[in-house]
Design a protein around this ligand. Sequence first.
Ligand code: HEC
Ligand code: HEC
Length: 321
Amino acid sequence: MLRFLVACLIISGVLFLTIRSVHIISADRIDTRKDPVWVAPDTARIPSTAEGELIRYGRSLIAGTAAYLGPQGKLARITNGMNCQNCHLRAGAMPWGNNLGAVSSTYPRFRERRGAVETICQRINDCLERSLNGQAMDTAGLEMRAMLSYMKWLGKDVPRGEKPAGTGIRSLKFLDRAADPAKGESIYLKKCVSCHGPDGQGRKDSSGINYLYPPLWGSNSYNTASGLYRISRFAGYVMDNMPFGASRQNPGLTEEEAWDLAAFVNSRPRPEKNFSGDWPDKALKPVDHPFGPFADSFSERQHKYGPYAPIVLARNRKAGH
Ligand code: HEC
Ligand code: HEC
């Protein structure tokens, strides 16, 4: 009898974990009526302790990165002048705004791009080297420790292993055609040009340090090894957040427009970087990673712009399901 009970317990435990991991994987298509969207803790409640100081410093590095680390940075000059907050809205606290709420609950974790387990500090350096087209920072330094403390505080109410709804970037449904840079350009001219400019270079504020409107391409923009250079990431981000002021609840774009905009912006010139160690297992490359070698025979162009359904189909066939 006892043995039977123990077996039952083990089986239900395994079932529970399986369901949990399915839940995590399908977070993008979560039913938000049942699964509450992540809300950031209140900054007014950051403790008045030494640790609290570190958390506040981390937050200000993320909100105002350029002043510390940009081309005129007071600490170091190692980035392109963008702020982390340009892409992680409200210092990484905004629901659906590519927030950082699930970082402390899900890292360290195995990442396909690195082909190894990655820590939060390594992930931060990834964005420094790619999204900010800059240089990595010392992982033991004060600035890194501050950003780490801030992210741990942001995610303090998220249980280990959970990725709540509304964190990170959503994955939109694939188009059944290739995303079209020409269509994207005409949408850009209607909906984006007023802030990001006809040349995509954005505009600095009166201090000349911070971007009022960050660049979308050109030498001060994210490089070709960054997340936004994959059109699914770009489309998911702008769908829920652009034109500035739009939100998941009040979008300013259709999904089709988001894909075409992604194709247009990512067809413009930008810094080229190639990290040769990326995706050591090419079978794990996301379908929209635009650089070969691939584990399939589709062209770089099709990986960059789609259509993706044939690639997914071929992969599933190969995997035998
Ligand atoms: C040009 C846009 C951009 C900038 C600037 C940027 N990031 Fe990111 N960041 C991204 C994208 C895109 C992702 C991947 C999100 C996804 O796929 O869900 C990401 C992911 C992350 C993650 C992992 C999130 C997770 O849940 O897996 C961390 C941590 C992070 N960024 C930190 C930073 C920090 C710190 C800075 C500033 C030093 C920064 N980022 C600047 C675009 C950017
Ligand atoms: C009203 C001004 C405005 C409009 C219009 C606008 N944006 Fe933005 N955009 C911003 C601001 C401001 C930020 C940075 C947000 C922050 O730092 O809080 C931003 C950030 C971004 C980013 C991430 C940072 C970067 O530079 O890579 C992308 C991508 C982006 N916008 C794309 C678009 C697209 C595509 C459109 C057209 C659908 C658009 N934006 C329309 C103001 C605007």
